[in-house]
Design a protein around this ligand. Structure first.
Ligand code: ADP
Ligand code: ADP
Length: 237
């Protein structure tokens, strides 16, 4: 479903963050991406939806090269890729419900939506998702009233409301305590299974990666140094 071919990223500063990464992910697979700080994990995830522009190589989503399409087609392809961030990226002064609904429209469309009502189907789906992530009772709270774990649950619901095929998850638990981190990872992975979603999860914590990933990819200095099952990891990856 997703195929990276010889993906290279060289930043303007000269840092070569990715040195020709090849990776293929089938439908429904949850892949945990691990490696030390600076290995290129964030860069890899962000090259897939072109929040970071790859320097060379290809990113095939169902045989369409995301790295080669124009702006209109890119917008369409991004709808099929949900993104969950470390820092949640919620709109603070909007409610939980409004933040979830914003995922339906994409960032630009969202501001236009201030001026119109949301379709009832979208609202119904937003309530279903809020119920699933355990935040039904918080729908009308403002985002800035929530705890870190609750904020990430909103982030998850917002990513899922666009009904993506692929989830790109960048350090989802970096700002959370260990118990909340486990709960959030469990929730993301359960939802992937329920919905048949593939996911790439950049997760610093190797134990969480082993606990929840179906497949582990270890990155070091922009190269894949491990690709296999969770129980095959040795301590030096
Ligand atoms: P982490 O190791 O937690 O992933 P990063 O190293 O990615 O943190 O740093 C966080 C932010 O700083 C990111 O937005 C990243 O793009 C940016 N950043 C990281 N390294 C550099 C750099 N050498 N020059 C400019 N920006 C950088
Ligand atoms: P990780 O997510 O594994 O911590 P990153 O993808 O954030 O790794 O970073 C990989 C390399 O690219 C690092 O050397 C980092 O300093 C560099 N880097 C990341 N973001 C930027 C940026 N915006 N500008 C320049 N260099 C960057």
């Amino acid at each position: 479903m997703l195929r990276l071919e010889n993906l290279v990223k060289r930043y303007k500063t000269g840092d070569q963050a990715l040195k020709g990464v090849n990776l293929e992910i089938p439908k429904g697979q949850v892949l945990a991406l691990i490696g030390p700080s600076g290995a290129g994990k964030s860069t890899l995830i962000r090259c897939i939806n072109r929040l970071v522009e790859p320097t060379a190589g290809a990113v095939y989503l169902n045989d369409v090269n995301v790295a080669a399409v124009g702006a209109g087609e890119l917008r369409r392809l991004r709808r099929r890729m949900g993104m969950i961030f470390q820092e949640y990226a919620l709109v603070e002064r909007l409610t939980v419900m409004e933040n979830v609904l914003s995922g339906r429209l994409g960032y630009v469309g969202f501001w236009r939506s201030w001026f119109r009502k949301f379709p009832p189907d979208d609202v119904a789906e937003a309530f279903r998702l809020l119920d699933r992530v355990g935040l039904m009772h918080m729908a009308d709270k403002r985002a800035d009233e929530l705890s870190g774990g609750q904020r990430q649950r909103v982030g998850i619901a917002r990513a899922l409301i666009q009904n993506p095929e692929l989830l790109l998850v960048d350090e989802p638990t970096a700002s959370l305590d260990p118990k909340t981190s486990r709960q959030i990872m469990r929730l993301v992975c359960e939802l992937c299974t329920e919905r048949g979603l593939a996911a790439i999860i950049n997760i610093h914590d190797v134990m969480l990666a082993q606990m929840f990933g179906q497949r582990i990819v270890g990155l070091q200095l922009g190269e894949i140094v491990y690709d296999g099952p969770p129980n095959g990891l040795t301590s030096d990856v």
